[in-house]
Write a protein that binds this ligand. Sequence first.
Ligand code: NAP
Length: 247
Amino acid sequence: MRFENKVAVVTGGSRGIGRAICLELARQGASIVLCYAGNEQAAGETAEACRAAGARVTCVRCDVSDAQQVKDMMKAAVREYGRIDVLVNNAGVTRDGFLLMMRESDYDAVLDTNLKGTFLCIKNVVHTMMKQNYGRIVNVSSVTGLRGNPGQANYAASKAGVIGLTKAAAKELAMKNITVNAVAPGFIETDMTAAMHSAAKAAALAVIPAGRLGQAQEVARAIAFLASDEAAYITGQVLAIDGGMSM
Ligand code: NAP
């Protein structure tokens, strides 16, 4: 198994893509620290499924935009498991609206979770990974961060920021055997896309060469590869997982 004796922290692990990531890493032998914002039931269901796959799992309610909560989560993870090999920064939110109507609070909320949350998690895991001389960090960006999308200025800014953060961190940490990569999913079937209007969904489908939305598991498998030993010489990259949409 790829992740035998490895410990992975997955933010936003309770639902959607994060749930699929936890399950994929669990099936491949990792112990999982599952971070969620507030949906205890969903976190518990994901944890049960990971345990059924044979993994050790710890659920941590942690708002990734809160520096103290992130610090406490990483400390607890090291206390319990002794190390952190993999960090997947997957937690994310949307607060869509056209620029003219977008409230400052909606801009801040999205930037705080998606971008600052990613920064805080990296900052608080790096010391542990440096001591180990080993680490794999995968950040979840979005096709919207590469291309922009009307009605998502806040989200696009946060996800483009994640790409810049990924590249800067990759350059800083490469000598310590820590890789930092990003994935840029297109439209993936989760609660986030279930909230889209049918007209917006039809418009999205029209520009996806594969002709369908993606599945969370398809993102999880790519992340598992980037988080594995086999991907040791890949860093600072952005992998689009979008059925060809961003070509
Ligand atoms: P989702 O189904 O809405 O799930 C969001 C997850 O993030 C939940 O586990 C939620 O926890 C957690 N979360 C939200 N705010 C948080 C916070 N402040 N602190 C900690 N955890 C928080 O979303 P998804 O569709 O799986 O998306 C996952 C990631 O992929 C996001 O970064 C998203 O931007 C990105 N993405 C998604 C798509 C897509 O089409 N779905 C496309 C491109 C990129 P609770 O369950 O406790 O609320």
